[in-house]
Design a protein. Sequence first.
Length: 122
Amino acid sequence: MKKTLVIGASLKPTRYSNIAINRLTLNKHPVVALGLRKGEVAGIPIETEKIPFKGIDTVTLYLNPQRQAEYYDYIISLNPKRVIFNPGTENPEFYSLLSSHHIESEVACTLVLLGTNQYQSK
């Protein structure tokens, strides 16, 4: 299984990022998480610093477009295969930037992809 970085991770159980971490873990996907507050979800520590994680295949975003700009360089530096833009995170400016670095953008819902067995990147 390929490693996923959840950006915008929340400790609140009702947040989609929290549910995604739980479902990814349940489906045996390796997960790392980045959020505003340190804590733990499904045994996964939420980091608050932009750690240079190794082996990231997928970044799944739970940040609105205005908050994404500060993560552009960080995400590109991780060289993921794809970035999933969950509902509410759509950002054409970032799609173009990712494309110029040969990183795939996918406008989708991580939870739906998991629920329909379409999550694995190609």
